[in-house]
Design a protein around this ligand. Sequence first.
Ligand code: ADP
Ligand code: MG
Length: 768
Amino acid sequence: MFFEVINFYQHPNFFRGSSPNFHFLALNSPIFAIVLKNRSMSTLRFQALQETFNRKPIAVEENGRRSAIYGENVFDENTMRQSLTKDAYNSVMDAIEKGTKIDRRVADQIAAAMKDWALSKNVTHYTHWFQPLTGATAEKHDAFFETIGNGQAIEKFGGGQLVQQEPDASSFPNGGIRNTFEARGYTAWDPSSPAFIYGTTLCIPTVFVAYTGEALDYKTPLLRALQAVDTAATGVAKYFDKNVSKVNATLGWEQEYFLIDSALAMSRPDLVLAGRTLLGHSPAKGQQLDDHYFGSIPARVLSYMRSLEKECMLLGIPVKTRHNEVAPNQFELAPIFEEANLAVDHNSLLMDVMEKVAARHNFKVLFHEKPFAGINGSGKHNNWSLSTNTGVNLLSPGKTPMSNLQFLTFFINTIKAVNDYEELVRASFASASNDHRLGANEAPPAIISVFIGEQLTNVLHELEGVSTGKLSPQEKTDLKLNVVGKIPEILLDNTDRNRTSPFAFTGNKFEMRAVGSKANCANPMTVLNTIIAKQLTEFKKEVDELIDKKKLKKDEAIFNVLREYIKASKSILFEGDGYSEAWEKEAKKRKLSNNKTTPEALKVRVAKKTLQLFEEMGVMNKVEAEARHEIEVEEYSLRVQIEGRVLGDIARNHVIPTAIKYQNILIENVRGLKDIYGTQFKKVASEQMEIIEQISDHIANINKGVTEMTDERRKANRLEKAGDKAQAYCNKVKPFFEEIRYHCDKLELLVDDEIWPLTKYRELLFVK
Ligand code: ADP
Ligand code: MG
């Protein structure tokens, strides 16, 4: 029998195509029979497809309201209030709100309460949970279990274990801060991010620092930046409300990702090792119909999302929004915004949970910024604002002229900060993987600009005309009624959203749009909050000076300083199309940076101005900033190196042998035709002969490309300085990727589908 029925598949959103290997017979829609034509296809690809066709959605049981399980596995304020003495509770709250130290006796009490709570939930182990500069989260589990002699054992967890641990830190990146013989680093409890239970482990969020005090993680500089912005913003907010004693930065991220069936993903060495496809021809249908965006979510994916959301609820991650993204198999998940440190932790935790839940649903999550050529990549918008302990969003216009002046103050200071440090902002989302996305006409360009909308542009224009020094009563009234007083009504209409802008004001927050989907948000958040802290500190100094020396009234002084800021920040404001060539030219005229690659972009991280900024704001000293730069540059080289190796391997060991196999089939065919037609054979064999030549041509080009790329890699590896090496990988090694890929993809179109070794784009992206 030629056809063999291999499976019946039930799926309402099933891809209704057909492939040369399978027929999908609609028997009784939506039930399909998948009929295999023959089995000569590469075994791995065949098995992967077969496995995928067998998948059925895993039913997710959900009963009751989500709010009922929200935070169930978090040692949060409520749990603490119930399980701690009043003293201990107040001590933790002070630590959270004011950063005060918790003494050892209290730490013991808290540890005991945490242990009892965890044991009541069948937890066996605890871990200090931290975010080293590898980009992943790290944990080392210890059991509560301890022997006490006489064959007896107890569960033990004291303040000492809660507060500090000493993981063997020698193999985490440190940028040369610690010599390996002095590999001592320690983790220390961060009470501002609550402990949580994941699986059977109690996880305690911590910072990770060297014994000599330098930060070795993402969290430490972030906490310092948040402290700096709190101090600076509180100082400024007090001009408007004396009761403000604390300002929190807030963050709401939007996580984009791809979901691929795990069997199919496993069949591609590039997805396994590099997290993205290094070759593969675009499918006939991509995203051009825009039929995926906000479309109905496929059943299998929905069931994954429900499992994931349940885990998030238990962990206190307030996820709220889910939808399809632009590309096929691309999705987005967004939470309700939170205080920035907690939001960063929650995003790191979420990415980990997403991978684990995906494995249960036979999916692989791709966080890479550009897993597939020809269709959109993924990002992670960072929505940011500042919020006071009195409950006011400082970037939200209020009801009175005074509260609007407060809004304008924070609004204009943010613009000024980004204007002065645009290159550093750009560097905060530089990575090998994000390079594929920035400036690729789907994500913001590598040029930083700020979009504020037409109405606010007009407001700034009006403010620019404010007189110098004292204002006349008439001018004050005018400002009150016609400029500052008008803002709320204006913003309600301001729905215009420029998607090409990397830094856009969206009504009551700024949105950083260039952050990569794989990134740890701590990096951009550290930079943003540091430059805002610096800017607000300057602002307060200038306003106070005008009040003291020029005897201006407070609001006069504020208007005077803001006017100068607006004049000074003109180059960063841009309302047009960020993707256009015209903007690139215009930005050059404005002297805005346009660093298209990571090695270029990262240079500013060790510029004098940057080192001074971080030092002055108490965020990083010179050693820390330089070490971090070194780690980022090295990581860039390593990523490109891995991709180069994988691509060379696939091209030489998978693609070329398959092409030769097919070429031999054609050669046999031509020989046979020659037997039959004799000297006339060219009449019937010319097409085949042309393909034979084309195949040889592509093979030669691939071989040449791989050989030259390998040579360039060797040369790059011999370079001593990390910066030079990264430049070489970027400018000498990476250009071969496109070249090699081009010829491999052409072969994919020429060679018989039955023997093609790699799972194809259309199979990865449409088979559910
Ligand atoms: P988009 O149109 O970009 O998809 P959404 O409204 O879906 O925007 O997402 C907005 C995100 O911004 C959400 O994650 C939300 O929690 C967050 N957000 C809203 N207000 C604030 C704020 N004041 N500070 C920080 N993030 C905020
Ligand atoms: Mg957004």
